[in-house]
Design a protein around this ligand. Structure first.
Ligand SMILES: Nc1ncnc2c1ncn2[C@@H]1O[C@H](COP(=O)(O)OP(=O)(O)OP(=O)(O)O)[C@@H](O)[C@H]1O
Ligand SMILES: [Mg+2]
Length: 426
């Protein structure tokens, strides 16, 4: 099914007219920065094409957080330059990911009274109750980056998807609020400023990846998406089309490499190559002697040792994931199963292993159909950057960012940007 640039009903026609026809996703990862550029070829068909992509190794981050600003800036510039060269389009703004173990999701409820004489719920009431839910006491140095409505309740009647047009007195909403540490956000701002890219929106990479690889049915039926990168595992649980839970775990592919280096008593670059060339789980696990060549030197290892180390680390990672699922009573209870993306999803046999450990159906995520250079972003490590590009299109320009020449970044802006996004038909 082609992707159609359906705008949220709260966007006005004039905003739609101004909407750019090119869209940009920038995934600043712990090991690699990736940029994907897309375009709507013709407004009539609304088909989204990938027109460029770029990537560059990133040495300036640890576990999703900027630790050396200059190195991240350089990686961002390299990735952007490559994507610009491929597409012939200049990147000045993009939808950008936020990562790091400091990214936390929390549930919050909003309640308002409906005062109109006829008790009919308007779109303004819906916004008011959503805003009420964002009035939460946050720990110091923490900011809200996204807000998602899970469901509404009207005079005690629950599971209402959209209350507008209904009648009642007491309107409630359950939301999931994603927060990030202020220093993390400021460092990212600094990187973007120095790279001369503006952030149209910030979002967690798992959500972006969900947009790129999950079908509508998977979002409805209850699915956990895991973006297993180098330094982090970014997870999101979607159910009934809504975000139920967001979490960032501070473990990823680098932990496997580190343990291989220790267990095999070898250098990190050798360990990384062993993992990439010979790593595998279940039926892909190798036994017997194996070797890699680094700088013309051959290094030999026992396949059984390699397998044991990889399996132990991945098992531990999946235990963390299950712990998160237990927090929301979804352990072993997601009909849509688990969908894996991120570079570590390339580990042969990972889906089968996850199926066994999490007792859920499991598969590596495949991109929803796109036109153009789709083949260049097929690898699961590109799912987030591609999803960010799709979100850049779906979310449109920042709503009411400037009013009377003044910058407005209030809660209504966040709410407008993100509420109801997963309800959109695609
Ligand atoms: N074939 C493979 N087998 C096992 N691991 C792989 C394979 N290919 C890539 N990886 C691992 O994937 C990781 C990189 O994934 P990715 O590019 O998604 O991370 P990132 O986005 O830079 O990091 P993060 O999302 O944690 O900030 C590395 O640890 C790399 O070793
Ligand atoms: Mg990543």
């Amino acid at each position: 099914m082609p992707l159609v640039a359906t705008k949220d009903k709260r966007y006005t026609a004039s905003m739609r007219d101004q909407a750019p026809q090119q869209y940009f996703g920038l995934d600043i990862g712990s090991s690699t920065v990736r940029c994907v550029i897309g375009m709507i070829e013709s407004p009539e068909t609304g088909v989204l094409s990938v027109i460029g992509q770029g990537s560059a190794p990133n040495t300036g981050m640890r576990k999703g957080v900027v630790v050396r600003v200059d190195e991240v800036i350089e990686a961002v510039n390299q990735a952007l330059t490559e994507a610009e060269r491929v597409s012939g389009v200049h990147v000045s703004a993009a939808t950008v990911n936020i990562n790091g173990p400091q990214v936390l999701g929390l549930n919050s409820r909003g309640v308002i009274a409906i005062s109109a004489a006829n008790r009919e719920i308007t779109a303004d009431d819906r916004l008011r109750v959503e805003e009420a839910a964002t009035i939460v006491k946050l720990p110091p140095n923490r900011e809200i980056i996204q807000v998602f409505a899970k469901n509404y309740r009207l005079d005690g009647q629950s599971s209402i998807k959209d209350p507008v047009g209904m009648q009642g007195v007491r309107l409630e909403v359950d939301t999931h609020i994603v927060t990030a540490a202020t220093p993390t956000l400021r460092n990212l701002d600094l990187v973007l400023e120095k790279s001369r890219v503006e952030a149209n929106h910030h979002t967690v990479s798992s959500l972006a990846a969900a947009e790129a690889v999950l079908s509508r049915q998977q979002k409805e039926s209850g699915t956990v998406l895991l973006d297993i990168g180098a330094g982090t595992t970014n997870m999101v649980v979607l159910e009934e089309g809504e975000v139920q839970h967001v979490a960032v775990l501070p473990v990823g592919g680098i932990n496997i490499t580190n343990d291989l280096a220790i267990g095999l008593k070898t250098d990190l670059d050798v360990a990384e190559l062993v993992k990439i060339q010979h790593g595998g789980l279940m039926k892909y696990a190798k036994t017997g002697p194996l070797s890699v060549v680094v700088n013309k030197n051959r290094h030999e290892f026992d396949g059984a040792d390699v397998h044991m180390i990889i399996e132990a680390r991945v098992e531990e990672l999946l235990e963390y994931v299950d712990k998160e699922l237990k927090k929301i009573q979804r352990s072993r209870k997601l009909p849509g199963g688990v969908v894996l993306v991120g570079g570590t999803a390339n580990l042969p046999g990972l889906a089968d292993f996850a199926k066994e450990k999490l007792e859920l159906a499991a598969r590596v995520g495949k991109l929803q159909p796109l036109a153009g250079l789709m083949d260049t972003v097929q690898n699961p490590e590109y799912a987030s950057a591609t999803g960010l590009m799709i979100l850049d299109m779906l979310l449109g320009p920042r709503v009411a960012d400037y009013e009377d020449g003044k910058r407005v970044t209030d809660m209504a802006n966040l709410v407008n940007n993100f509420m109801g996004r997963f309800k959109r038909s695609r």
